[in-house]
Ligand binder design. Structure first.
Ligand code: UD1
Length: 418
């Protein structure tokens, strides 16, 4: 097992290349299963979750060819069989193959997924969407068995609350369903809109991407396509916090201000300066930080995927910050670990009260999930002395070369192997 040894207290300065979004890459790789024609994706991040998804596609008999920054998935010879639990348990996003396989073959069987331990994370909304398109679903032996022997037909899907993954499942199923599908209360995350753009490049007809109501005219034959994955707003937000927590300045090349949405606003309110440049975004923290309250919400609200990082920043701000988590019920696993570094945080239900002004001091800490683990790295950058972050495989699931990118900007980090 690997761990990171961080010597804190070094100001970051320089440029960081923001890669393609993991959360856009995963559904788009799954979308390649929809068609026998090849799909080429560019700007894919080289992270463990993306590699797991490629392994899963290969398990189905797809060929996955990586060449000069592009990955081509050819799913012509796909064999429809159940995914091995060993891959599925690693990553919840494996549920994303259910819709495409079902839509193409009229039958699919997928193990109920695992992934980050940040809450119950049911898949009922995915199944509800597929049912609305004419699927019969049975749950047995830990697997989901979905059947639509005469093919899917368009329908109306109304989500009680917006779900990124379920909207993506609905979209991928709807493009091959006969007739029109209306998806209401759809998730508006940029990654959902990017999936729509990818599906349109493959020949699908979709209106309303990025809004609450998406209309799909389904049943068209899909064709060979090429699509560039949008930049990772969570990676960009994470490096923005890295600049802020060390009182430094970083240029995030490829990042887009509009994708940060409420996160950009909260950072500015906390005393961080963010402005667009020709190449992306510049982030700088010239003076003192101040406590800001946030509530996580679906996009364009404050992203739950940046809550842990923002909390790390708030530990050293002047004043208090109330952080409310409304998307996942159990997403505060970083709190006891941040406290080990000297943070002053009180948890009450879905809220965390951060009393700022802490002097963080290095200590050994344990990564528990992807975003929690990066918050510990960020706190370690600001802490006096040495911090050891254990179980960094969580980090490697979603960040490409995090330690190397930080070191290039002045951080002192070593990756240690047992
Ligand atoms: C995606 C992102 C994840 C991000 C999350 C919220 C990917 C691969 N992952 O996860 O990084 O934190 O969006 O922005 O894109 N829910 C149900 N039933 C369902 C599906 C979801 O109750 O069938 C609930 C979840 O438990 C959660 C909420 O809906 O409370 C939102 O989850 P969802 O948007 O589906 O997140 P994911 O797609 O899993």
């Amino acid at each position: 097992m690997e761990r990171l040894l961080i010597e804190g207290g070094h100001r970051l300065e320089g440029a960081v290349q923001i890669v393609g979004a993991k959360n856009a890459a995963l559904p788009q790789l799954a979308a390649a299963l929809l068609s026998p024609e090849p799909l080429t994706l560019t700007n894919l991040p080289d992270v463990a979750d993306v590699r797991s998804m490629m392994t899963l596609l290969e398990h189905y008999g797809a060929t996955v060819l990586a060449r000069s920054g592009a990955v081509t998935v050819d799913a012509a010879a796909v064999v429809n069989r159940e995914a091995p639990y060993d891959i599925v348990r690693r990553m919840r996003a494996t549920i994303l193959v259910l819709g495409p396989l079902l839509a193409r073959f009229g039958h699919a069987r997928v193990s109920q997924p695992g992934g980050c331990a940040i809450g119950a994370r049911p898949v009922d909304l995915h199944l509800k969407a597929l049912s609305a398109l004419g699927t019969t679903i049975a749950l047995d032996g830990g697997s989901i068995d979905a059947r639509a022997p005469d093919g899917l037909r368009g329908g109306r899907i109304l989500f009680g609350s917006p779900s990124v993954g379920a909207t993506e499942t609905a979209l991928m199923a709807a493009v091959l369903a006969r007739g029109e599908t209306e998806i209401m209360n759809a998730a508006r995350e940029p990654e959902v809109a990017d999936l729509c753009a990818c599906l349109v490049a493959m020949g699908a007809e979709i209106e309303g991407a990025g809004t609450h109501r998406i209309l799909v005219q389904g049943g068209r034959a899909l064709r060979k396509a090429r699509h560039e994955i949008l930049p990772d707003r969570v990676e960009a937000g994470t490096y923005a916090v890295a600049a802020a927590i060390t009182g430094g300045q970083l240029e995030l090349t490829g990042a887009r201000l509009e994708h940060l949405a409420a996160v950009g606003e909260a950072l500015e309110a906390a005393g961080v300066r963010i402005w667009p440049t020709d190449r992306g975004l510049m982030v700088s923290r010239p003076g003192r930080l101040k406590g800001v309250d946030i509530t996580t919400e679906p996009y364009p609200g404050f992203s739950t995927d940046l809550q842990a990082q923002f909390m790390a920043l708030m530990t050293i701000a002047d004043g208090a910050s109330m952080i409310r988590e409304t998307v996942f019920e159990n997403r505060f696993m970083h709190v006891p670990e941040l406290s080990r570094l000297g943070a002053n945080i009180t948890l009450q239900g879905a809220s965390a009260m951060v009393r700022g002004g802490a002097v963080l001091r290095g200590a050994p800490v344990m990564a528990t999930d992807l975003r929690a683990s990066v918050s510990l790295v960020l706190a370690g950058l600001a802490a006096q002395g040495e911090t050891v972050v254990n179980r960094v495989y969580h980090l490697d699931r979603g960040y490409e070369c995090l330690d190397k990118k930080l070191v290039r900007c002045g951080a002192r980090i070593q990756r240690l192997r047992d």
